[in-house]
Design a protein around this ligand. Structure first.
Ligand code: ADP
Ligand code: 5GP
Length: 197
């Protein structure tokens, strides 16, 4: 595909357990010419997660050092449990090459990107991934089985806040079917790049 030289940033947010990672995995399996911004986090890796692929796993001090050095585009403490941040340099490098750049970040991070977009010269499209229903969100979050009941409760608490912020986003994609949601997301990216297939 032919790309404008200056790339666009796509912020993907939505409540924990809605299927953001699953949809993005499906999108990336189908498309090579996108960049997924690998965040840094202080949370512990889940089974199967790989440093530098899913996240950069840092301890609290390492995270603080990077934050103080201005290495992050945005940071947030999510669910009151761990710190997360988007490394700025790789985002800027990919955008300079015109590559569509995907940030999978929480609502606080999305708001922070909005505050900084102008200063950093970013063109951003904000995409909200919504569940078909709240009950289905609960089922998915519990079904994933990667959090303790306390962590699930915390995430559901945050989910209420995130769901009520849907109107701050440019586009909503309902994740009822993974492949359809991935295709919908691709359509959003393609339309921003003027790609018709
Ligand atoms: P998030 O990244 O938003 O926290 P995940 O991608 O980890 O969410 O998905 C949470 C759970 O929901 C996983 O077990 C995943 O397999 C499941 N899931 C994701 N999308 C769907 C869908 N469209 N239908 C049914 N289950 C889904
Ligand atoms: P998880 O721990 O389940 O991988 O992610 C928890 C939450 O943190 C998700 O809502 C995810 O979008 C968010 N998140 C992941 N990386 C970042 C980041 O770099 N910045 C912000 N603000 N949130 C992030």
């Amino acid at each position: 595909m032919s790309l404008d030289k200056k790339g666009k940033t796509f912020v993907i947010s939505g409540p924990s357990g809605v299927g953001k990672s699953t949809v993005l995995k499906a999108l990336f399996e189908g498309r090579g010419d996108l960049y997924f911004s690998v965040s840094a986090t202080t949370r512990k890796p889940r089974p199967g997660e790989v440093n530098g692929v899913n996240y950069w796993f840092l301890d609290d001090q390492q995270f603080t050092d990077k934050e103080e050095a201005g290495d992050f585009l945005e940071t947030a403490t999510v669910h009151g449990l761990a710190r997360y941040g988007t490394p700025l340099k790789p985002v800027q490098e990919h955008l300079a090459e015109g590559v569509p750049t995907i940030l999978e970040i929480d609502l606080q991070g999305a708001r922070r990107v909005k505050q900084r977009a102008k200063e950093l010269g970013l063109e951003v499209v904000y995409v909200f991934i919504a569940p078909p229903s709240f009950d289905e969100l609960v089922r998915r979050l519990k079904g994933r089985g990667t959090e303790t009941p306390e962590e699930v409760a915390k995430r559901l608490e945050t989910a209420h806040v995130e769901l009520s912020a849907e109107n701050e986003f440019d586009v909503t994609i309902v994740n009822d079917d993974v492949d359809k949601a991935a295709e919908d997301l691709w359509r959003v990216i393609a339309s921003e790049y003027g790609i018709t297939e």
